[in-house]
Design a protein around this ligand. Sequence first.
Ligand code: RB5
Length: 145
Amino acid sequence: MNKITVALASDHAGFALKEELKTEITRLGLDYLDLGTNSSDSVDYPDFGRAIADALIEGRADRGVIVCGTGIGISIAANRVNGVRAAVCHDATTARLAREHNDANVLALGARIVGTEVAKDCLHAFLSATFDGGERHQRRVDKLG
Ligand code: RB5
């Protein structure tokens, strides 16, 4: 795994899982950038999806990991920024294919949907897989804008 910086963000529902994933990222020897939230007090997921998107577009991070209750709201928010490809994943296979086929740059997880161990499996798969780069996949990713 190349030495990269992984930005993380969550809302209140994803806060505890985000904290676990920070530890896991450190264990993998990678750097992280924590964009909040910093407690389980209620916050609005669009603010944190946007924070991840900005960090990626500004080059402050190479990959993003976002967590809310389902992974859906925060991924919708992140995906509103051009160049962000956030994928809601539920297992290692979807996380790997999100990189290989879709060149996803943000892993979105639902803390109320997947357990901690499955989330870690998703993280490992997402960070270790690479974009397939085949002509058909590149053409489709290009069409995303
Ligand atoms: C918060 O209750 C919940 O709605 C949020 O975490 C997320 O699941 C939205 O998509």
